[in-house]
Design a protein around this ligand. Structure first.
Ligand code: C2E
Ligand code: MG
Ligand code: MG
Length: 733
């Protein structure tokens, strides 16, 4: 392979006058530097690399062939893709995809690669290559193999069983304890629960108040954990802001939920550290063996999936592992793998939803909302794939496409309606974002005043100065800035005073809450609208579906509305279907009232009575009872076993019975799943059921029934199934 200098010169294409070695002012030093680089490369400790703006390799030291890449020529391969994907959804750590998205300098970022079954740990440092004309042109940096250092450090800590900072058990020791416990518990199938605890917003504390405060905070967290859990020997600090609690012989999800709830409350109380007051949140994932995994690895992975789900369903909550989480993790992985091609193949599509001025019902703008037309899965919601894109540099590429396409479409519309584009916090953190916006505007010729960028409050969680600069740069372009989803996040009115927003979008949850009987939301919205008016900002209400909501929005003097009452998001071709030139007016159309939030359910569950298994429809569910549909002629007082799936069984008594529906009362109350749902306290494994004579699944049951019927050991079902056929039979009879 050629020397790094010559390679860099030829390979960063197109490279007008590569400014790669500014220190190379005289021939001698240049040659000397070149020799030193070559010597470093030949040491096999690491090497140099560089990428283009898209993150594809443009140079890689020969010493890395065979260890990081297989081929001599890795040019064009995605650099980040060489490494094992870091665990997602957990904040507080700088990962390679993250620093790449930020396009800034980075130092000593740890990444792992796998080569011939051997894991190599790398430490990477890099800096952006900035081209005078085109701006960001890629990265270059060096990479060092630190596997050995890591091993040495680990060997040294092997002797230690505790975490040096907090005094809790360390990860290795906890894993050993778990393995021993599992081995001892397996024969009697004794349960063991694992909780994974992750602090929310710890990174912000660390970044804004410094590492010393961060460390002190972790110590206090450890003390509080010991207080709630009660036994120091059961708690471990996994590293960073992650903790693990092991609870042998606990499988009662009521107890586990209570404990998790207490941990969340306790850790969310404010902390005082060196005169600073700070608050953090906590998310918890819980898995219980043997139901959720029979090995330590499986159980911890599943607790981790539950934690991911807790973080993504709003943070500050706990979740129990359920099988769907594994399925959705697999789906996420699939989406992640196919996302890159989707952009190339043109599978993304923008839908537009009108924004209406309430004073005259004129459409003053639209919001662009992305959809993914997946060849196998159909139309995929952005709520599903945007968070995945945000964990890699993909979000910036997709974001760029959205901007360009939205501007292009808006230019072709009649009139001057604006177009609003959602901007991810990752894009907002990218210093080249204003340039991307400027390029979309110049390329399409859209008047900057017609482009609105929708930001959420999470952009304020970045460091202060960069945020201010970004706001200034965007305002200088002449585009309008909108604060989206107001009322869902941190909702500090202070942001409104400092950030240059032109509009506030009040979130649909707020609108929904305000039409119900509490006055609190109304009072808050009134205050927001007054403040916005005083600051010269527009207001818009999102997610208005019904006339009572529309009237309330009018009463509250919110100027604009976006919601199904005017239109759902539609394809661009449909947007102007019934529009007369220059007179884009929509009439509201929808239900009069918001239907009361009732958890209507249409899930199929099983009823086991004597020797029979009946599928029935669960119509509603509370902690103490349920309404089911699907059985006829069931006398009050009958006792059933209900099968909710996943090993969840509960005894129930029929307390009401009318035609094909029955009201049931449970023998034991259900417990919260931490996310507004309900689960049974206890679960049963197949071997419990077999011992009790209950078949594992419907198929097995039917086979067993057929066999028993054939031998005359059982009678025909004692209830008739309430399907149409059965009803017709009865009517005829
Ligand atoms: P958002 O920006 O708050 O968008 C509003 C969401 O509310 C849209 O969902 C819209 O279809 C929905 N909505 C509007 N009116 C009503 C209503 O009356 N009733 C109900 N039930 N829903 C209504 P959608 O399209 O599924 O998008 C979800 C979120 O995904 C967006 O929330 C936004 O955060 C994100 N997103 C969508 N498109 C993009 C994009 O192009 N880029 C980025 N970064 N994020 C996007
Ligand atoms: Mg939006
Ligand atoms: Mg919104």
């Amino acid at each position: 392979m050629a020397s790094i200098y010559s390679r860099l010169k030829t390979q960063i294409a197109p490279a007008p006058a590569p400014r790669v070695e500014p220190q190379r002012t005289d021939g001698l030093r240049g040659a000397e530097a070149e020799e030193m680089c070559a010597a470093f490369e030949s040491l096999n400790l690491g090497g140099f690399w560089s990428t283009d703006a898209e993150g594809r390799i443009t140079y890689m030291s020969a010493s890395l062939v065979g260890r990081l890449v297989h081929d001599e020529d890795a040019t064009g391969t995605e650099f980040v893709g060489l490494f094992v994907r870091p665990r997602t959804g957990i904040d507080g750590q700088r990962t390679l995809p993250f620093v790449f998205a930020r396009k800034g300098r980075f130092e000593s970022v740890i990444a792992r690669s796998e080569h011939e079954d051997r894991e190599i740990v790398w430490s990477l440092s890099g800096e952006p290559i900035n081209d005078a004309e085109t701006g960001f042109a890629g990265f270059r940096g060096h990479i060092v193999d630190v596997t050995r250092d890591r091993q040495n450090a680990e060997e040294a800590s092997q002797l230690a069983t505790t975490d040096a900072l907090t005094g809790l058990l360390n990860r290795r020791h906890m894993t050993n304890v778990l393995k021993r416990t599992f081995a001892a518990f397996a024969p009697q199938r004794r349960p063991c629960a694992v909780m994974l605890i992750d602090l929310d917003r710890f990174k912000q504390v660390n970044d804004t108040l410094g590492h010393a405060v961060g460390d002190a905070l972790l110590k206090q967290v450890a003390q509080r954990l010991i207080k709630v859990v009660g036994d120091k020997e059961r708690i471990c600090r996994l590293g960073g802001d992650e903790f693990q609690v092991m609870l042998p012989d606990v499988e009662d999800r009521g107890r586990l939920g209570d404990l998790a709830g207490r941990i969340i409350t306790m850790l969310s109380e404010p902390y005082t550290i060196e005169g600073n007051r700070c608050t953090i949140g906590t998310s918890i994932g819980i898995a219980v063996s043997p139901y959720d995994g029979e090995t330590v690895d499986d159980l911890v992975r599943n607790a981790d999936l539950a934690l991911y789900s807790a973080k993504h369903s709003g943070r500050g909550r706990y979740r129990f592992y359920s099988n769907e989480m594994l399925e959705s993790a697999e789906q996420r992985r699939h989406l992640e793998e196919t996302m890159h091609d989707a952009l190339i193949k043109g599978e993304f599509e923008l839908y537009y939803q009108p924004l209406v001025d309430l004073s005259n019902n004129h459409v003053v703008g639209t919001e662009a909302l992305i959809r993914w037309n997946h060849p196998e899965s159909g139309l995929i919601s952005p709520a599903l794939f945007i968070p995945i894109a945000e964990e890699s540099p993909m979000i910036c590429r997709i974001g760029e496409w959205i901007l360009r396409k939205a501007c292009e479409d808006a230019v072709s519309w009649p009139g001057r309606a604006r177009v609003a584009v959602n901007v991810s916090p990752v894009q907002f953190a990218d210093p080249s974002f204003p340039k991307t916006v400027a390029m979309a505007l110049t390329a399409t010729g859209l008047d900057p005043d017609r482009l609105e960028l929708e930001l959420t409050e999470s952009v304020f969680l970045q460091e202060g100065e960069a945020t201010d600069d970004m706001f200034k740069a965007l305002k200088n372009l002449g585009v309008r800035l909108v604060l989206d989803d107001f009322g869902t996040g941190y909702s500090s009115l202070a942001y409104l005073k400092t950030a240059p927003f032109d509009k506030i979008k009040i979130d649909q949850s707020f609108i929904r809450g305000a039409t119900s009987n509490t006055n609190r939301n109304r009072a808050i919205i009134t205050a927001i609208v007054a403040l916005a008016q005083a600051l010269g900002m527009d207001t818009i209400a999102e997610g208005v579906e019904t006339f009572d909501q529309l009237n309330m929005v009018r009463d509250l003097k919110i100027g604009h509305v976006q919601g199904y009452i005017f239109s759902k998001p539609v394809k661009v071709e449909e947007l102007f279907r019934n529009v007369a030139e220059d007179n884009w007016v929509l009439e509201p159309d929808g239900p009069a009232k918001q239907r009361h939030e009732r958890r209507a359910m249409f899930r199929t569950i099983g009823v086991i009575h004597e020797d029979h298994y009946y599928p029935v429809t669960l119509r509603n569910l509370s902690i103490s009872g349920a309404l089911i549909e699907g059985l006829l002629e069931v006398p009050v007082g009958t006792m059933f076993m209900l099968d909710f799936g996943d090993g969840q069984f509960e005894m129930a008594t029929v307390v009401r019975s009318r035609d094909s529906s029955q009201g049931l009362h449970f023998a034991r109350e259900l417990v919260s799943d931490g996310n507004g749902g309900l689960v049974t306290r206890h679960r049963f494994m197949a071997h419990h059921l077999m011992a009790a004579g209950v078949p594992r699944n419907t198929d097995e049951f039917l086979a067993q029934q057929a066999a028993l019927l054939a031998t005359g050991k059982i009678s025909l079902p004692c209830f008739s199934m309430a399907n149409r056929g059965a009803k017709r039979e009865r009517a005829k009879g």
